[in-house]
Design a protein around this ligand. Structure first.
Ligand code: GTP
Ligand code: SPV
Ligand code: MN
Length: 601
């Protein structure tokens, strides 16, 4: 444990504890930020249980958290965000590289000096009357060569308590930082939670994040999207690794054969569900365990395979639609020590949401705190309401989630939310084709970001909102990674969301997805046949086990696997939307892949 040391404060600032670090850079930066933000008090977070109890009590006293029914939900608390602040805001998210070209055509850009000036201007005196919390946290298991350290300054107690769930924070991080460790700086102030004064700005060249005007999830838990994806992808390009919006899971067959898979689906498109799925009775003896549900950091190992870690320590998962049938492991994960945000609150201190087990409550308070009954027109829980739960709660947690070496990935799966066009599954012909498949991914937009829900947009590798540099260079980085891998993962594409003419999902999804996963694993291990299609290698309908599925007949399988050439001609034109925008930055390999696809169609 690091020894407490003297830290001289301006006389107006109280301290609630001693500085836990001798790191000269961190101390100087915090001192500078105190002068800028002018807090009443400073608290260095140590990550202890005593600290958690104290902060939780303060948050309850201040009305920031509501204590839930502790018999039903031990250690659980409830939070309502400002109704203007319920999701990530992409139009307020900036990549402040030295040149606009480095940020590329898919990111908002502002010159670093101009952005610093603007945001430091907003931050001057912003913490008057507030406490400044200083959080040191690890992204990755302690001691992993892939792990990075972050230090976040925040004036939000909700952020401190959530970071405690989502990352390994406190002494464990101060210790790993040491006296001269490198780290990512993150400055967060809620200001007045005003959408007009909301910015999430990244300064890759300075390894720095500034987030103001929000107090919601991906905007403010700076380890997650800001460090682990935007700055992570930038660092990965320079250091020869990959930061991806991917879940990681382990599949164990009844014979004890273990395979590791990573999958990139856009926000609210099924990563948490897939990472925690429970196989149906037909797959007795098969075991799925979770390494991560949102982010993968992947690096070539000395054996030429791609090794992945989950940099997070908790889940910030979508609540609506989660129940003991769709995702029992998520239900158990959020049964204790969880912070719920923007769900509904019942009179007995329980939580409720659309799609939870059982009947809706006769009466409750909705996510805005207004009285709600089943007759109400509005939803009780916000569609992007979330739970923050420690991953240790997950009954299916893989012990490898804490392994510093990570796990060797056999398959990378891309997938989007597509009502038509995209078949249930296909395999890319090779890595370059797989990069094309990922680069042209499309998905219907969801409530995870402010925007038009339901509209199909291109979301390359599910990274459109999270790539910290020029997307064209990001594709080149993917292509380059192939040269560092003697034994690269095979690449697949899936779609759980195809609908029939009546608008009903064709594929049962959730735990039944293991049926598709089995085909994928058999392909990786060279055990099952695939037919050549214009899109890639596709299964024979009979090779996807459908035994035990009710309401699913052979015609349904034909339909969900079908490839309509006319639809696909339109799809190629839709893909061009992004390719035109990025034209001058696109690696020519991808344009060549496009030509090949058109020829095959
Ligand atoms: P982020 O946390 O935003 O990155 O999302 P995520 O990718 O982890 O998404 P999540 O697993 O939370 O799923 C979001 C929504 O997709 C939920 O409403 C689920 O009910 C729905 N969903 C997940 N898996 C399936 C599936 O296999 N089929 C269908 N039809 N819906 C699914
Ligand atoms: C996502 O939107 O992809 C999330 C939730 O995982 S948030 O952390 O808010 O970005
Ligand atoms: Mn996500």
């Amino acid at each position: 444990m690091t020894q407490a040391t003297q830290f001289h404060l301006p006389p107006s600032v109280k301290k609630s504890n001693d500085c836990p670090t001798e790191h000269a850079g961190v101390r100087a930066w915090v001192f500078e930020m105190i002068q800028l933000l002018q807090p009443d008090q400073i608290h260095w977070c140590d990550g202890t249980d005593v600290e958690k109890e104290n902060l939780t009590r303060q948050a309850v006293d201040a009305g920031i958290l509501i204590k839930l029914n502790q018999e039903k939900l031990p250690g659980c608390y409830y939070h309502r965000s400002n109704p203007n602040d319920v999701a990530r805001v992409e139009e307020c998210t900036f990549i402040c590289t030295r040149t606009k070209d480095e940020a590329g055509p898919t990111n908002n850009w502002m010159a670093p000096e101009a952005m610093y000036q603007k945001l430091y201007g907003m931050c001057r005196g912003a913490m008057k009357g507030r406490t400044m919390y200083v959080i040191a946290y690890l992204m990755g298991p302690p001691g992993s060569p892939l792990t990075k350290i972050g230090v976040e300054i925040t004036d939000s107690i909700y952020v401190v308590l959530s970071m405690r769930v989502m990352t390994r924070m406190g002494y464990v991080a101060w210790d790993q930082l040491g006296v001269d460790g490198s780290y990512t700086k993150g400055l967060h102030s809620m200001l007045d939670v005003n959408p007009q004064r909301r910015f999430i700005a990244h300064f890759p060249q300075d390894n720095m994040i500034i987030s103001v005007g929000s107090n919601y999830g991906g905007n403010v838990l700076l380890g997650k999207k800001c460090l682990a994806l935007r700055l992570g992808s930038y660092l990965g390009r320079d250091e020869g690794w990959m930061a991806e919006h991917m879940l990681i899971l382990a599949v164990e067959s009844p014979e004890g054969e273990k395979t590791y898979v990573a999958a990139a689906f856009p926000s609210a498109c099924g990563k948490t569900n897939f990472a925690m799925m429970i196989p149906p009775n037909r797959f007795k003896g098969w075991k799925i365990t979770t390494i991560g549900d949102d982010i993968a950091w992947m690096k070539p190992g000395s054996d030429g395979r791609l090794y992945a870690i989950n940099p997070e320590a908790g889940y910030f998962g979508v609540v609506p639609g989660t129940n003991s049938k769709s995702n029992p492991n998520a239900m158990l994960s959020m049964a204790k020590d969880t912070i719920y945000t923007n769900v509904a609150l019942t009179p007995d201190g329980d939580v409720w949401w659309e799609g939870k087990d059982g009947e809706p409550p006769k009466e409750c308070l909705d996510w805005k705190g207004n009285r709600w009954t089943p007759a109400s027109k509005e939803k009780a829980a916000h569609p992007n309401s979330r739970f923050a739960a420690p991953m240790a709660n997950n009954p299916a947690l893989a012990p490898e989630a804490n392994s510093p070496e990570g796990v060797p990935i056999s398959a990378i799966i891309f997938g989007g939310r597509r009502a038509s066009t995209m078949p249930l599954v296909f395999q890319a012909f090779n890595w370059i084709h797989g990069v094309y498949v990922g680069a042209t991914m499309g998905s219907e937009m969801t409530a995870a970001a402010a925007g038009t829900v339901g509209q199909v947009r291109r979301d390359p590798m599910a990274m459109l909102p999270f790539c910290g540099y020029n997307m064209g260079d990001y594709f080149s980085h993917w292509l380059k990674m192939r040269k560092l891998l003697k034994n690269p993962p095979k690449i697949f594409h899936v779609n759980w969301f195809r609908r029939n003419a009546e608008g009903k999902f064709l594929w049962p999804g959730y735990g039944e997805n293991v049926r598709v996963l089995k085909w994928i694993i058999d392909r990786c291990r060279g055990r099952v046949y695939a037919g050549e299609s214009p899109l890639g290698w596709m299964p024979d309908a009979k090779d996807i086990d459908t035994e035990g599925l009710t309401n699913f007949n052979p015609q349904d399988m034909e339909e969900v696997l079908s490839v309509d050439i006319e639809d696909w001609k339109r799809e190629v034109l839709l893909q061009d939307e992004l390719f035109y925008k990025m034209y001058s930055d696109l690696p020519k390999e991808l344009l060549f892949q496009r030509e090949l696809l058109i020829a095959r169609l």
